[in-house]
Design a protein around this ligand. Structure first.
Ligand code: GLN
Length: 483
């Protein structure tokens, strides 16, 4: 029952092969069996069974949507009414959200069943899920390896079939990178496509929620329910949401794929290059043609991001002061002591590092030298993409420089960790949509292909990913012990 796509499950529910309560129960059992993966921070068993009952009633009345009765889970960055929303931090370990994020609300209305809240890097800062207050998540393909981050719990849960699908968020790669390392499909939508209301802010000009699923078709179904204008989010795009399934089978003949030479330069490891080559050859068989393009400013993406993202995070995280909500230290001597100790005791090392970098970059004497400069570089990177996407339909690249690395391997060296997002970060700076699609294995570990499109062309990306998934079976493979 658990090894099925959303549309197969929707069919099964309609044919009365099983009920949503039975399906939900099956997933709750699997979650218990595989607790050692540490994918979930909170399991909302009672609430899930109630939601499943309500979904069964809707199915019986014949007013169900595709997601009605489908068990899924949310990254613990999305506020969930009455349920702990920790953002992977000790700071919010006691925080029960008083409202639902718009994304959660929309999925509830579609009848999706929330199984619980998924582990993540603290405040979404990280590429390995090791910065979580709740401990590292394990990669189901090799439990000695990281699942990627920051949406590592989401990726591990979907890969191990502890949820049919999951939400994630992506500020610099956090949907695509863990999707690639766990062999699932992930989509970071255009900035503004999915509401950020109730999604705890890391870097507001970069953050974007999106679907993490086992196929492009499932991603289309999940995005359909997540996307849309939200008056509660001032950066939400007031653009109609197309039908993401309508053109998903469109033939790819005539498609032009751009390959940025900067992403395929010497730095790319030979095994990863071979995976990409095979994937691109498959696209050529499907009728696409390939063109080399150049994006000279791509190498500036990581330095620009690590000024802009920390700057925004230092402002966003200033609200966690031990006064209004969140962690408060014991017996503060005075107000300053309350601030200093509450923040000092509740934030982890990486979060503190980001706050320090950000406040430094924004300080009076350095604002022009760092923040303003980084914003100018951001514009140059966007211009590179604009030019490239006027010459080709989509851009393809690796998602990650390597497959999943060992737990503990990169924790001592933050720069090494930051480089894990070298192929994904530029896309957030430009605000473009991009997908990560399973494209092969290297020594038993999954590797991904990144597909980058123009603004609001999620439907096209889904079409391109789906056609590839019709011709290959990488996305159908399941890690041993999790069948
Ligand atoms: N690894 C990057 C960071 O730590 C991106 C994380 C994300 O996309 N949330 O900032």
């Amino acid at each position: 029952m658990h090894n099925k796509t959303i549309s197969q499950l929707a069919q099964g529910l309609r044919n009365r092969e099983f009920s949503s309560v039975e399906l939900t129960q099956a997933f709750l059992t699997r979650i218990k069996q595989h607790q050692d993966l540490n994918a979930y921070i909170t399991v909302t068993e009672e609430q899930a069974l109630q939601a499943a009952q309500a979904a069964d009633a809707r199915l019986a009345q014949g007013d169900a949507e595709l997601l009605t009765g489908i068990p899924m889970a949310h990254k613990d960055i999305f506020c969930t009414l009455g349920v702990k929303t920790s953002c992977g931090s000790k700071m919010l370990d006691n925080f029960i959200a008083p409202y639902n994020a718009t994304v959660v609300e929309k999925l509830n209305q579609a009848g999706a069943v929330m199984l619980g809240k998924l582990n993540m890097d603290e405040f979404a800062m990280g590429s390995s899920n090791e910065t979580s207050f709740y401990g590292a998540v394990k990669n189901p393909w090799d439990t000695g390896k990281v699942p990627g981050g920051s949406s590592g719990g989401s990726a591990a849960a979907v890969a191990a079939q502890l949820a049919v699908c999951a939400t994630g968020t992506d500020t610099g790669g956090s949907i695509r990178q863990p999707a690639a390392l766990c062999g699932i499909t992930g989509l970071k939508p255009t900035y503004g496509r999915v509401s950020r209301f109730g999604m705890i802010a890391y870097a507001s000009s970069l953050d974007q929620g999106g679907p993490m699923t086992r196929s492009a078709e499932d991603a289309a179904i999940l995005l359909q329910a997540m996307a849309g204008f939200d008056p509660k989010d001032s950066t939400s795009a007031n653009q109609p949401v197309p039908d993401y399934l309508a053109d998903i089978n469109q033939p790819l003949a005539g498609l032009t794929i751009g390959l940025p030479k900067e992403f395929f330069a010497e730095g790319l490891n030979a095994d990863m290059a071979a995976v990409l080559e095979t994937a691109i050859a498959e696209y050529q068989k499907l009728g696409a043609s390939v063109k080399e393009i150049s994006m000279p400013n791509l190498n500036l993406a990581i330095p620009a991001y690590y000024v802009i993202a920390p700057a925004e995070c230092s402002a966003n995280l200033s609200r966690f002061d031990g006064v209004r909500f969140g962690y408060r230290c014991e017996n503060p001597a005075d107000l300053t002591d309350l601030y200093v100790r509450s923040r000092g005791e509740a934030f982890g090392k990486e979060v503190k590092r980001r706050i320090l970098m950000g406040t430094y970059a924004l300080s009076a004497g350095y604002y022009d030298a760092y923040y303003l400069k980084a914003q100018k570089v951001r514009r140059l990177i966007s211009e590179d993409f604009k030019k490239a996407l006027s010459e080709v339909d989509v851009i393809m690249s690796p998602v990650t420089p390597s497959t999943a690395f060992g737990i503990g391997e990169k924790m001592a060296d933050p720069i090494e960790m930051y480089l894990a997002d070298i192929y994904t970060i530029a896309i957030n700076l430009a605000g473009l949509p991009a997908m990560s699609v399973p494209a092969g294995f290297i020594n038993g570990l999954p590797a991904g292909l990144q597909i980058i499109g123009n603004y609001f062309q999620e439907a096209k990306l889904l079409n391109i990913a789906h056609c590839y998934q019709q011709a290959t079976d990488w996305h159908t493979l399941i890690p041993k012990n999790f069948e």
